[in-house]
Structures are given as C-alpha cells and as structure tokens.
Design a protein around this ligand. Structure first.
Ligand code: KIV
Ligand code: ZN
Length: 502
C-alpha cells in the first residue's frame, strides 16, 4: 500500500445496522453491499456473525457476492465467535476477521469483570486463533479512547506479535477531542513495538459531533484506515460519516496530501439507497448528502453562484453524484429506459422483479405525469417488500366524515397458510381505524412510536410515503415504509411492512 493511501473501512452493515431503526433484512444487506463495492470501499464489515443466525446468513451471503473488496466479520475475543465468523466469511475473495476486547478500566471492571492481565491474555489468544484461520486480522481495543495509554501499548504490541495486521483505535463513546485523538494515535504509533508493520485505523463515534474531525486527526497522526459509515449511522449518535471523511480528504487534498479509492460520484446514490432501504432520512442540512447541501437560497448567494460557482461551492454536486437534471420518466418511457435508470440508481434486479416493477411503473405513469427517481425508489421498495412477506393487503374500505367516527374494513392474506382474514374497526381517523383492523388480524406488534408522511415529489399527484416505527417492550424496533398516490393505502402498507419485518 502506498504510504499516502487511506483505506476506507465501511461498517454501515455492522455498527450502522445495529442501531435502532436501521435493521435490514438479508436481501437489503446484500443490495447495499453491492453498492458499497461499486462505491469502492476497501473493506466492508458485513456484520457480526455470532450475534444471530440471521446475521450469520447475511454475512455469508455478502461474502459470496462480493469479489472486489475485503469482507470482514466482527468477533468478540472468544473462540466461538471467531470460529463462527470464519465460517461466515471463509468463502469471500478477501476475508478479514475483526476481533475486539475492551481495554478501558470501566469496561474491564464492570462489563467484562476481568483484570488487565486477563484481558491481554484474551486479546493474544483471540488474535492467534484468528490468524490461524484467516490471513487478514484486525484488532480493536474497545473504548480505546478512555484506556490507559501504556496498557494499550502493551496489549497492542502483543497482538501485533500474535499476527494482527491492522490496529483499530475506537473512541467507542465519542469522548475525545480531535487534539486528544491525534495525540493518542501518535503516542501509540511511536511507542508500540511493531507499529511500523501494521496499518493503524480510526473508529470514532459522534457523541459530541466530533467523529469526522477525530478520524481526520487520527489520519494526521499516521492512521491509514478510517472506519466509517454511510450517512454517519451507528450506535447512538453514530459514527464518522464516510461521505464527510472522503470529501474532506478529496476537497482538501492540498492540506491532507492523501489518496483514497472511493469513487465519489457514487456517494449520493449510496446514501439514497441506504435511506430508501431503512426509511431513515438524512437531515436536510447534512453535509455532502443532505437535500440542502448544494442549495443556494438567498439572492446574494444565487447572484454569486451565477457569476462564478466557486463563490459559494467548494465542491460540485456532480463530484458526489448529485444529478441536478434528475432525468424524469413518463408514460411513454419503455422497459429499457426504466431498466437503465434503475441500474444507474444502484439497483441490480432480476428480470422477474424488473417486469413487476415495470407493470407498477405503467400504472403509476397513468396517474402521474412525471416519474422521478424518488418515485422509482418507492416502486422498487414495494416490489422487494412483497418478496417473502407473511401478510399482504387484499382489500380495504374506509369511511369518515365530520362528527362521525372513522371506520375501516381490511382484508389481509397470510402467505404461510394461504388464508384470507377480514376485520372491521373504528378509529380516530381512517388510518387509526385501518391499523385497528390490522391489529385484530395480526396481533399487536408493538407501540407505534413514529408515523411520518412525506410527499416524494411535489404536486397533487405526488406519491405519499409513509414511514412507521414499532417498538416492543423488549426494545426491539422495526420500521416499515411504503408509498402510494393514496395516502391511507400508503399508511396501511407501511404498517404491514413493519409487521412483516418482525
Ligand atoms: O465502537 C466500538 O468500539 C466498536 C468496536 C467493536 C470496534 O464498534
Ligand atoms: Zn463502534
């Protein structure tokens, strides 16, 4: 690796996916993994295989599907985790095991209930085993940011000797300032035996909004890998955002003098795909990928932009793949145009799926003149959600009026039994009435803690997109998302999707 090359290690599918509201099913994870490969990440952390059979299956599928980048699985410093992880990734073209154990006093005493000596021994044993199975091994001292520096030097020196080729320093709770993180990274690189034989990496959480600044500070101290996520998703306030670290390195190449392998024109598409899969929208003013990131509202700014875009734009929208022209399809567009547009949006679909989407596209085009990418994303989402669903909507009727209770009648099909079930209910509005019907048929799947409705494009013929979030007492969260030109139907389909994802 060139000394000025920074590897981008994406952990959207692991650290990102484990945060509430961002869970994905296997198909969705594979779709995102293929887009991450297209984006050009160097390593993707596909999941935590020992966490559950579903996690294992997803990592295994990704390992087989991805050929151009390293596929990594996370494992606690335990024999069973490491063996399970290896089983999940062993068929990858470039497999990698990432093992970790906490090294901070508070984690060792209260979480692990282990002495520093025991932790060091577990770290060495884990890396030795991982290395006996897999050529590429990452080691992370969890909560490195709050660990004793000299203990870190001792543990890291030992795991380098045991075969780790990458040492990742997590600021697990996002506590450090950029100056402190840079200083820590520099201290470790200068004092750890064998430091020059490994790649140093950053993993900075964003609790104080410093995740990106800390990652870049780590790179200034000599780190040559950044662990980050699309849209900055991750535990609590999230991780360093991939698009921000990459565009900082790229836009300020004069300052950092570093290279990366990301195709920045794929950034926006990847961000959108994640948004569409999880239904979690990025804030409008989010750097690089927010709706307003390249919008110029005030007269003074618009005047400057017209005179010379460099007045207010430090990077172009095109450089991150924001297509201002947003090609619109309509009722005369054919199957080939639709297929090309979907491929461009990052979807890799089977012929059968494309046929179904084309049929829905024609129906929508009859109701609505211009079909934008956001409309297409909803169609694809609807089609893919139908695959493997337990419950589907067969029929619904609604009624409402001033001074009257709203009522609904809903008929659902159970795809396991093939049986149709009907329910009638009243409610505080038609959506509530319809949801009461669904609860009668499917049972209660948790409290509705979020109900959001947006129009995907402007105008009366716009599709409404509804996002719902159900939370169970156990803390388990599922989300559902659906769109339709009929807002109540969109609300019903979103609720059903959440139930189907349970
Ligand atoms: O935040 C953290 O410490 C982690 C480790 C598993 C790397 O996610
Ligand atoms: Zn983390």
């Amino acid at each position: 690796m060139k000394p000025n090359y920074v590897k981008i290690f994406d952990t959207t599918l692991r650290d990102g996916e484990q945060s509430p509201g961002f869970s994905m099913n296997t198909e969705e994870k594979v779709r995102l993994a293929l887009q991450l490969e297209r984006l050009g990440v160097d390593v993707m952390e596909a999941g935590f295989p020992a966490a559950s059979p579903d996690d294992f299956a997803a990592v295994e599928r990704i390992a087989k599907a991805i050929t151009k980048v390293e596929v990594c699985g996370l494992a606690r410093a335990m024999e069973s985790d490491i063996r399970t992880t290896w089983d999940a990734i062993k068929e990858a073209a470039m497999p990698r095991i990432h093992t970790f154990i906490a090294t901070s006093p508070v984690h060792m005493e209260y979480k692990l209930k282990k002495s520093p000596e025991q932790v060091k021994a577990m770290a060495i044993e884990a890396v030795t085993l991982a290395k006996s199975l897999c050529d590429r091994v990452d080691f992370s001292p969890e909560d490195g940011g709050r660990s004793d520096r000299d203990f870190l030097v001792e543990v890291i020196g030992a795991v380098i000797k045991a075969g780790a080729d990458t040492i990742n320093i997590p600021d697990t709770v996002g506590y450090l300032t950029p100056e402190e993180f840079e200083d820590l990274m520099r201290y470790l690189i200068e004092n750890t035996p064998g430091a020059d034989t490994v790649i140093w990496s950053t993993h900075c959480h964003d609790d104080l909004g410093l995740g990106v600044a800390n990652s870049l500070a780590g790179v200034r101290a000599g780190a040559r890998q950044i662990e980050c996520t699309i849209n900055g998703i991750g535990e609590r306030a999230g991780n360093a955002s991939l698009e921000e670290v990459v565009m900082a390195l790229q836009t300020r190449a004069d300052f950092y003098e570093l290279e990366h392998g990301i195709d920045s024109t794929e950034i926006y598409r990847t961000s959108q795909l994640l948004e569409q899969i999880t239904g979690q929208k990025v804030q409008v003013n989010k750097a690089i990928v927010g709706k307003n990131a390249f919008a110029h509202e005030s007269g003074i700014h618009q005047h400057g932009m017209l005179a010379n875009p460099e007045t207010y734009e430090i990077m172009t929208p095109e450089s991150v793949g924001v297509d201002k022209t947003n090609i619109v399809l309509g009722k005369h567009s054919g199957r080939a145009a639709l297929a090309a547009r979907l491929q461009d949006m990052g979807y890799q679909l089977e012929t059968e799926q494309l046929n179904e989407i084309f049929a829905d596209f024609k129906t929508l085009a009859d109701k609505k003149k211009d079909i934008a990418d956001s409309d297409l994303a909803i169609l694809v989402h609807g089609e893919l959600a139908e695959e493997n669903q337990l419950w589907s909507l067969e029929h619904y009727e609604l009624g409402s009026g001033s001074g009257k209770k709203s009522f609904a009648a809903v008929q659902l099909k159970n795809h396991e039994t093939g049986k149709l079930s009907k329910a009638k209910a009243e409610g505080d509005g038609m959506v509530d009435a319809a949801y009461n019907c669904i609860k009668q048929i499917c049972g209660d799947h948790g409290i509705l803690t979020e109900f959001k409705m947006d129009a995907v494009t402007s105008g009366i013929d716009a599709q409404a997109v509804v996002n719902v979030r159900l939370e169970q007492e156990s803390g388990h969260v599922v989300t559902g998302r659906a769109g339709d030109t009929d807002i109540v139907k969109a609300a019903i389909l979103a609720y059903l999707e959440a139930i189907n994802r349970h």
